[in-house]
Write a protein that binds this ligand. Structure first.
Ligand code: 6PG
Length: 230
């Protein structure tokens, strides 16, 4: 299967994939760029290594692609993940941390985040990929996949954790200068094949996400890449 409009790096294992992403995050932070982080269980190691590689994040702007509607100190919070693994570990925290207010009502959190990010061009936007092919909190066949006006919307969860979400929409994700998928593990292999090598398909939201004017890169481990070789 040939990847479509996306560069693919296959690392030997999960740790090597995390390191590649950490290097990109570190370079971006050093350059004072606008960085969009993701959540879930995969990126924590990349954030921890990024804190070791670049202890000065003071020039970076940090944003999120999506958030679970929980308070920032909740262990399910995507902001909380970045705080524990990255911000609390660096010598100089990012001066501009733009978190989605998960503790607020989803509609108003989405509207507030849209006001905050309007006019910003993201330099590096990191995404995970769900086993069902979702990215950020854009789930298969969800109406948000067709959103053309709003930049941030509330979303219903389709997978654990079953809390409401707030998510960026496809147009603002596609406008990033660089989109980087970090995906590891055998359980994601089929989703990776559909998202990276399949045709654009709302059943696999990742397949609809490519940087419109920039570059898209996928950093995978061997297991996640296994179906790309079929
Ligand atoms: C979230 C995410 C989500 C995540 C994927 C992969 O808030 O859950 O941002 O899109 O990236 O679900 O998550 P895992 O790394 O846990 O597999």
């Amino acid at each position: 299967m040939t990847p479509r409009d996306v560069g693919v790096v296959v690392a030997d294992d999960e740790e090597a994939a995390a390191r590649r992403v950490a290097e990109l995050l570190g370079e971006s932070a050093r350059a004072g760029q606008e960085i969009v982080l993701t959540g879930g269980s995969t990126p924590g190691r990349a954030y921890a290594v990024a804190a070791e590689l670049e202890p000065d994040w003071s020039r970076a702007g940090v944003w999120w692609g999506d958030e679970r509607c929980v308070p920032p100190e909740d262990e399910r919070s995507n902001f909380g993940l970045a705080k524990r693994t990255l911000f609390d570990k660096v010598e100089h925290e990012p001066a501009r941390v733009h978190r989605i207010r998960g503790e607020d009502e989803p509609d108003s959190a989405a509207a507030a985040y849209e006001r905050e990010l309007r006019g910003t061009t993201f330099d590096l936007l990191l995404l995970g990929l769900g086993p069902d092919g979702h990215v950020a909190s854009l789930f298969p066949h969800s109406p948000g996949l067709e959103e053309n006006e709003r930049l941030v919307i509330p979303a219903e969860p389709k997978l654990d954790p079953y809390v409401e979400r707030v998510t960026l929409t496809p147009p603002v994700i596609r406008a990033a200068r660089s989109i980087v998928f970090l995906v590891t593990g055998e359980g994601k292999a089929e989703a990776v094949a559909g998202a990276l090598a399949g045709p654009p398909d709302p059943a696999v939201p990742g397949s609809l996400i490519r940087a419109a004017g920039g570059k898209t890169l996928a950093i995978l481990d061997n297991q996640a890449a296994s179906r790309l070789r079929d």
